[in-house]
Design a protein around this ligand. Structure first.
Ligand SMILES: [Mg+2]
Length: 250
C-alpha cells in the first residue's frame, strides 16, 4: 500500500494544477452523526449548518478561482439548508452521485426508479427495534439504524443490481457502479471541462473510496476507512475541511 502523508507535508507544487475542490459533507464539513426519529408517519430530522468560519473559507476559495463542489449522500433539500449562505459559490452533487445542482439547475445523472421500486416496499416491511427511520431521499434509499440489521442486508443481497453500504449509522442502498459518488464527479468534470489532475477530493468514509480515486489529489479524513495521498486526523475540535481550506488559502 502506498504511504499516506500528513496534510502538513502538502506543498504548493502538489496544488498547482488544482481547479476543483470536492468536499464530502459528514465527517468533513460538519461532524458525523445524523439525528432522525420516525413515529406514526412523523419524521423528526436535525438540520446541521456549516460554521461561519467555513462559510468565510469557501467564499475566499471561490474568490481565488477554485470551483467548489459538495458531493454527499444527503438529499438536495438538506444540502441547500446546510449550505444556504454559500449556494452561489458551490455546486451540490447529491444522493451518492445521482444528480448535481449547479446555479439553480439540476442535472440528473442516474435514473434509479425501476431498480428500486420493488425493493422499497420490502424494506419498509422490515421490523426491528434497531431501525430509526428512512431518511427522505429521491434517488437512493437511506435507512438509519442503531446497529446493523441482517434482514435489510439479506433483502438487498437478493437484488443483483443493488448495493448497500453500512457506515455505522445508516444503510445507503443504490445501483451498483451507477449510483456512486464518483459518477457524479465524473459528470461534473465533463460539465466544467476539467481533467483528473485538476481535481482535489476530500472524504472520510467507505462510500468515498471511489470518489477519492477519481481525483488527482485525494485527502482522507479517516485513514482507517478510506485511503488517500494525504490524511487529516479526525481528533481535535477543528473539522477536516477547516484544516484543508486553511492549507489551500495559505
Ligand atoms: Mg462523510
Amino acid at each position: 500500500m502506498k504511504q499516506i502523508k500528513h496534510i502538513t507535508e502538502m506543498k504548493r507544487s502538489d496544488l498547482k494544477r488544482i481547479k476543483l475542490v470536492v468536499f464530502d459533507v459528514d465527517g468533513v464539513l460538519v461532524k458525523r452523526g445524523t439525528k432522525i426519529k420516525q413515529k406514526d408517519g412523523i419524521t423528526t430530522f436535525e438540520t446541521k449548518k456549516i460554521a461561519k468560519s467555513q462559510i468565510e473559507q469557501i467564499k475566499k476559495l471561490h474568490a481565488k478561482g477554485f470551483h467548489i463542489n459538495i458531493n454527499s449522500g444527503r438529499g438536495l433539500y438538506m444540502l441547500q439548508q446546510m449550505f444556504r449562505e454559500v449556494l452561489e459559490y458551490v455546486s451540490l452533487t447529491y444522493e451518492n452521485g445521482s444528480a448535481t445542482w449547479f446555479k439553480g439547475r439540476i442535472v440528473q445523472h442516474v435514473n434509479s426508479a425501476k431498480f428500486l421500486k420493488n425493493v422499497f416496499p420490502k424494506l419498509q416491511q422490515v421490523k426491528s427495534k434497531d431501525i430509526k427511520g428512512f431518511e427522505p431521499k429521491e434517488f437512493i434509499i437511506t435507512i438509519h439504524c442503531k446497529n446493523r440489521v441482517k434482514k435489510i442486508e439479506r433483502i438487498v443481497d437478493q437484488e443483483k443490481d443493488l448495493y448497500y453500504v453500512w457506515n455505522s449509522e445508516a444503510y445507503d442502498i443504490g445501483i451498483k457502479k451507477k449510483q456512486v459518488k464518483s459518477i457524479g464527479l465524473r459528470k461534473l468534470m465533463k460539465m466544467l471541462k476539467l481533467k483528473k489532475k485538476n481535481v482535489l477530493v476530500i472524504g472520510d468514509n467507505y462510500n468515498d473510496a471511489d470518489l477519492l480515486s477519481v481525483g488527482g489529489l485525494a485527502i482522507t479524513a479517516d485513514k482507517s476507512r478510506v485511503a488517500g495521498d494525504f490524511y487529516i486526523e479526525l481528533k481535535g475540535k477543528r473539522l477536516p475541511a477547516d484544516i484543508l481550506m486553511a492549507k489551500l488559502l495559505e
